[in-house]
Design a binder for this molecule. Structure first.
Ligand SMILES: [Zn+2]
Length: 184
């Protein structure tokens, strides 16, 4: 590669590249050449830096709309989270979240109800719901995460998380309202 094509910048290229490699910010152009992290275009072919470092870029805080979630169910926007059956409803009211999530799981996932168990009382679902606030952050790849946050945090949105309800009611919420089985 004829580095002297750009004599004015080669003096800084190698030191910058070495520093960027130490810092982990160097990027590789589609032409195959490495570039320092602060070069917006390739030192060799002038192609713009692609978006290879989404993790290094701060995400953009946003308020979710229809387009970001899977849809509105019982009037509340819902999105599933990951592969474990967890989900998120855009409301801080558990009773509204319960109705929305139950509608979502029945209509979209084909489950008998939110708990995937027709014989289980739906009120059990309350024990798997956590209401609070989240900050939604958009990533360079278009995905997003919802991180729990304080109510007064900038960009905080009232949400209710549903944690997959496999297994018994969580221990801290152990129920005491079940009628005792008659003895003997
Ligand atoms: Zn290049």
């Amino acid at each position: 590669m004829a580095l002297d094509e750009e004599p004015t910048s080669t003096a800084t290229y190698f030191p910058s590249l070495a520093a960027s490699r130490d810092a982990g910010t160097a990027w590789t152009c589609r032409c195959g050449e490495p570039n320092p992290g602060d070069y917006d275009t390739c030192h060799f072919c002038q192609h713009p830096q692609p978006d290879p470092q989404p993790a290094a870029r701060p995400g953009t805080v946003f308020t979710p709309t229809d387009d970001d979630m899977e849809g509105a169910y019982a009037g509340v926007l819902v999105a599933s989270l990951g592969e474990d059956g967890d989900a998120l409803a855009l409301t801080g009211f558990k009773e509204r979240a319960l109705e929305a999530l139950d509608t979502y799981y029945r209509s979209v996932c084909g489950r008998p109800n939110l708990l995937d168990d027709a014989d289980r009382p739906l009120t059990d679902a309350y024990f798997f719901l956590d209401s609070g606030h989240a900050v939604f952050t958009r990533h360079a790849d278009g995905g997003w995460t919802a991180a729990p946050t304080a109510e007064d945090a900038e960009g905080a949105v009232a949400v209710t998380w549903f944690r997959s309800a496999d297994g018994p009611v969580p221990a801290p919420y152990g129920r005491h309202d079940q009628p005792k089985l008659p003895l003997g």
